[in-house]
Design a protein around this ligand. Structure first.
Ligand code: PNS
Length: 158
């Protein structure tokens, strides 16, 4: 069985993330969406909230599971028997960091490949930070986040 891990902070999950998850689920037998810690960010939503948000957004997709992990992504992929890490690439600005991560993960776990999916054109500009910035300032995020979690995100900033 070919297992892919889609890792990230998902703080919170956006329509751009969901697009990558759905497309990965069409290619692999099983997809594990893994909420991990990015040590350079301090999350707004708790790990439990982020996992719950992703679960509710992916409920109808049979081969998608959601999990969280506190250590290294490369160790996690080994633990779950994944052959690939899949990430969305928005622009050249993402590339340098992602390339560094991909090489590091390969060094730690030589059995895992990192694969990049080109972000869909309509989500090129989108990020969790933009979603939070708009919400914080009273703007409308309905275009950017799955409807099922919209109100929970807005509530967090009240
Ligand atoms: O959504 P993000 O913040 O771009 O995701 C980055 C994430 C969480 C996937 C990355 O920081 C990560 O893999 N964290 C786990 C620790 C790790 O393995 N770091 C990379 C090797 S030093």
């Amino acid at each position: 069985m070919k297992i892919a891990v889609v890792p990230g902070s998902f703080d919170p999950i956006t329509k751009g993330h969901l697009d990558i998850i759905k497309r990965t689920a069409k290619i692999f037998d099983k997809v594990i969406v893994a909420v991990l810690t990015n040590s350079s960010k301090s999350p707004t939503f708790t790990k439990e909230e982020r996992v719950e948000f992703i679960r509710s957004c992916t409920e109808g997709i049979d081969n998608v599971e959601v999990d969280s992990f506190s250590g290294l992504l490369a160790d996690y992929t080994k633990n779950v028997g994944a052959c690939a890490i899949v990430k969305g690439l928005r622009a050249m600005s993402d590339f340098e960091y992602e390339f560094q991560m991909a090489l590091t993960n390969k060094k730690i776990n030589r059995d895992v490949e990192t694969m990049f999916l080109t972000t869909s054109y309509k989500y090129l500009y989108l990020s969790s930070s933009i979603v939070k910035e708009i919400t914080r300032n009273g703007g409308d995020i309905s275009e950017f986040v799955p409807e099922i979690i919209h109100d929970k995100i807005v509530e967090k900033f009240k």
